[in-house]
Write a protein that binds this ligand. Structure first.
Ligand code: PBG
Length: 329
């Protein structure tokens, strides 16, 4: 055989020759049990309310939430993360509806539990922003700043009412210092030692939460920069991680996902607890919007984004596409 110049000795392309070959050597693959469905339920809604910046996502009624939970179970989805949307008139400075045993989130937890029992891991957002009239994740002091320790007391009460309603996992998302420890104590002292804490360990102050604010009907005054992390920081997430683990976090989360894959990879490398990533509202909106314009192949882009998040180290992914993707896998 005539040899022309020097040929490569190694040919990685051999392992890419056929779909079967590529499937065999795939290093990561998505499974329905990797996925967690975030879902919104709106108090008093007679019909589901579409969220304009998140086409395909709605604020559920109590009834349609139950149906969505059943569909998630049927598709093999691992869990559901519930967000309550109270009536506007019930919002106040302290976020009282968040600790009302008959508040919308507590009602939703009981509904889903009654519908699917333990077939789905039922999780709840533990944060005040859905319930406060100023839209912040905590209560404010006299100067209008978010008061860390006063907020912790509210979080402890929230943990108890959510656990009383039957939730399996609480997800504190407010980025207050000490929140995991206070919540763990509150759960233990009220007989809920089996309820887990999914700590939002690295939660960045992100422009990509935009559509979520519509989803929960929040009109935030100001921004969250004094409590959520600066996108410029990576090392700081390792400090947050150490604190959350010390305070008793059972699982940790990085959020958003796509612009923070380096954070996710570093966190996943460092821990021996399960790691979650939240593909948030803006990540959803970007792909849906580009697809609607015909600029991107929607289904391929969704799978690529989710696979990338898994490759970076996520054991679990919260995604608004959970049920759809799980069905297709
Ligand atoms: C706070 C919370 C937010 C999200 C989840 N929990 C919003 C925020 O921090 O401003 C965002 C989720 C998303 O954008 O999909 N309760």
């Amino acid at each position: 055989m005539t040899k022309y110049g020097s040929f490569p000795g190694a040919r990685p392309r051999r392992l890419r020759t056929t779909p079967a070959m590529r499937r065999m050597v795939a290093e990561h693959r998505l499974h329905p049990a990797d996925l967690i469905l975030p879902a919104f339920v709106r108090e008093g809604a007679a019909e589901p309310v579409p969220i304009s910046a998140m086409p395909g996502v709605v604020q559920h009624t109590r009834d349609t939430l139950r149906k969505a939970a059943v569909e998630a179970v049927d598709a093999g989805v691992a869990g559901i993360m519930l967000f309550g949307v109270p009536e506007d008139a019930k919002k106040d400075a302290a976020g009282t509806a968040g600790t009302d045993p008959d508040g919308i989130l507590q009602v939703a937890i009981r509904d889903v539990k009654a519908e699917v029992g333990d077939d789905l891991v039922i999780m709840s957002d533990l944060c005040l922003d859905e319930y406060t009239d100023h839209g912040h994740c905590g209560v404010l002091d006299a100067e209008g700043r978010v008061d860390n320790d006063a907020t912790l007391e509210r979080y402890a009460e929230m943990a108890q009412v959510q656990a009383d309603a039957g939730v399996h996992v609480v997800g504190p998302s407010g980025m207050m210092d000490g929140q995991v420890g206070v919540i763990r104590d509150a759960l233990d002292q009220t007989g809920h030692e089996d309820v887990s804490v999914l700590a939002y360990t690295a939660k960045y102050s992100s422009a990509f939460y935009g559509p979520f604010r519509e989803a929960v009907g929040s009109s935030l005054q100001g921004d969250r920069k004094t409590y959520q992390q600066d996108p410029a920081n990576l090392r700081e997430s390792m400090r947050e991680l150490a604190l959350d683990l010390e305070e008793g976090a059972d699982m940790v989360m990085v959020k958003p996902a796509l612009p923070y894959l380096d954070v996710l990879a570093k966190v996943a490398d460092a821990v021996d607890v399960p790691v979650a990533a939240y593909q948030i509202s803006g990540e959803y909106a970007m792909i849906e919007a580009a697809a609607e314009k015909g600029w991107i192949d929607r289904d391929k882009a969704i799978l690529e984004a989710l696979t990338g998040i898994k490759r970076a180290g996520a054991d679990m992914i919260l995604t608004y596409w959970a049920t759809e993707v799980a069905r297709g896998l």
